[in-house]
Design a protein around this ligand. Structure first.
Ligand SMILES: NC(=O)c1ccc[n+]([C@@H]2O[C@H](COP(=O)([O-])OP(=O)(O)OC[C@H]3O[C@@H](n4cnc5c(N)ncnc54)[C@H](OP(=O)(O)O)[C@@H]3O)[C@@H](O)[C@H]2O)c1
Length: 505
């Protein structure tokens, strides 16, 4: 096989691998954020898997980490490795915590309290999956207590420390897609032992994560006016030891047989941290103001559309895909100011708003005709939905305002027609321009657009008549169009004549 073929095969395999991994794993969140004040981050289950990857990333950025570990020796090994890798000055504390023991959680929180620092982030990461049913020292079923109840207590006890943080602090619950199929709270007593079966083990995990999500949901509404935000993240499928009880992966032969698939479709622990890191590294940022209806690019426009659907204090992670790639960002609607409803506006205010929409449309017409079309439609709606023109009383609204509304509506009709022509929607444009026939003195612009649309739908004779309504020869666009139409008319005539000649000799 020649060198070129080998290179082509390598490139092909590489591209396919990349596309498959991109499909399953997506884009990794990257941030350059570093922490100069050694922000305190408390994380459970920090000695392995996703937790360990989060720890490595945050230590490198200058955070002070408290590793909550069930296996203190493993935590200490992590700590030593971090010091070796990043220098002895890194701030890492390892404290014992068993999330299956409420007493141990209380003493863990006491130790965190002794550090005398506010907490910047609490990452409720520890968890077990598909573990056999068993009771903890507290006589509570282990999956329920470790995955949910323990973290519930830990969060409540650390809440005062999170609230003390001068900036925005955050609680990040690591959950799972598994909980998605749970639709309602189960009738069973979740804290009690259940019959061991594959389904029940999976359910126990699902319910524990479901409870964590419900808890986060409730807590976030309680803390809506505080500096603490609450989040849930699903890391996706990550290659970690969590599957140790899962038969398909516990079996060494099956494990190695599936390895190639997992390499393609399963994330590494570092890749699994991307969502949670995104939340921890997300900076408070400056407030940005947006005046609704002021966008002149598609992205701004979509941001407005998203914002229009959000409630105050709601956060939303957004990805807008466009031809040049996708843009991801987080939107948080802090407050709405100067909110005025359409029906409370006067006709003069409506006119100002419609003018603003029209201006936006004009600005983006050349580059984004579809967007411009939306703006012109919005402007026209503003004016038309306000009141039928004939019912506006000049004594109340002002004769000038009414005249301006009238003239703006005409301009908008013309602009919409231009957008339709640009989209090759000539019939729609003609429909839009029907009013031109009723005008005594139509503008050259209106005549040109109407004739252009007629030309495109091959109504040559009508197009000529339209142009002849004005002194088209004095208008460059119109005279060029006229010449084009005449040429096409002649061609058509010639075609017709030659057909007649052929038919009748
Ligand atoms: N991996 C995935 O595909 C995946 C998918 C969705 C969600 N998640 C979630 O991601 C989180 C992290 O899991 P992982 O994949 O990184 O698995 P992992 O490597 O097994 O990590 C789990 C961590 O939790 C700790 N832990 C278990 N029981 C504990 C207890 N009683 N007290 C304190 N710590 C305890 C473990 O400590 P020991 O080492 O001492 O056992 C371990 O450090 C879990 O909440 C999991 O549900 C993972």
């Amino acid at each position: 096989m020649g060198l070129l073929s080998k290179i082509a095969i390598l490139l092909g395999v590489g591209t396919i691998t990349y596309v498959i991994r991109w499909h399953y794993i997506g884009r990794l969140y990257r941030s350059k954020r570093t922490f100069s004040s050694q922000e305190l981050v408390v994380i459970t289950g920090a000695s392995s898997g996703i937790g360990l990857a989060v720890v490595k990333d945050l230590v490198r950025r200058g955070c002070h980490l408290v590793l909550g570990c069930r296996n203190e020796a493993a935590g200490q090994i992590v700590c030593d490795q971090l010091r070796k890798q990043f220098g002895s000055e890194v701030l890492v504390d390892v404290y014992f915590v068993d999330l299956g023991s409420l007493k141990s959680i209380v003493s863990f929180v006491d130790k965190v309290g002794l550090l005398g620092k506010p907490v910047y982030a609490l990452v409720n990461n520890a968890g077990i999956f598909y573990a056999p049913p068993a009771l903890t020292a507290d006589q509570i079923e282990q999956t329920f207590e470790i995955n949910y109840l323990g973290h519930y207590l830990l969060t409540i006890l650390l809440l005062p420390k999170l609230k003390q943080h001068p900036n925005r602090s955050r609680i990040v619950n690591v959950v799972s897609k598994a909980q998605i199929c749970v639709e309602r709270f189960p009738d069973t007593e979740l804290h009690q032992l259940y019959d061991d079966s594959p389904q029940n083990r999976f359910r126990a995990y699902q319910y524990s994560k479901f409870c964590l999500v419900l808890f986060a949901h409730k807590l976030s509404s309680i803390l809506a006016n505080s500096n603490v935000t609450v989040h849930c993240v699903d890391p996706g499928n990550v290659e970690t030891a969590i599957y140790r009880h899962f038969p398909q992966l516990n079996n060494k032969v099956l494990y190695y047989l599936q390895k190639p698939i997992r390499l393609l479709a399963v994330k590494t622990p570092r890749e699994g941290t991307r969502e949670s890191n995104f939340l921890k590294l997300d900076e408070p940022g400056n407030e940005q103001w947006i005046s609704m209806g002021s966008s002149v690019t598609p992205i701004d426009y979509y941001v407005e559309q998203i914002l229009a659907q959000m409630f105050t204090n709601e956060r939303s992670r957004c990805t807008i895909s466009c031809k040049s790639g996708s843009v991801s960002f987080v939107l948080e609607l802090l407050r709405i100011e100067d909110n005025e409803y359409y029906f409370t506006r006067s006709s003069a205010q409506m006119l100002t708003l419609a003018k603003q929409y029209k201006e936006n449309g004009v600005k983006c017409f050349a580059k984004y005709p579809l967007l411009a079309h939306q703006f012109f439609n919005r402007a026209a709606k503003c004016l038309l939905s306000f009141a039928p023109l004939e019912y506006l009383d000049p004594a109340i609204e002002g004769a000038d305002t009414i005249a301006s509304i009238q003239s703006l509506l005409e301009t908008l009709n013309l602009n919409i027609a231009a957008c339709l022509i640009k989209q090759n929607r000539f019939d729609d444009a003609l429909h839009m321009l029907e009013y031109v026939d009723r005008q005594n003195n139509p503008s050259p612009k209106a005549i040109y657009r109407k004739a252009l649309a007629q030309f495109h739908v091959k109504q040559y004779t009508e197009a000529v008549k339209t142009l002849q309504r004005i002194d088209y020869a004095t208008n460059k666009e119109c005279s060029t169009l006229y010449a084009n139409i005449v040429t096409n008319l002649e061609k058509e005539k010639e075609k017709y004549n030659s057909m007649v000649r052929k038919m009748f000799g």
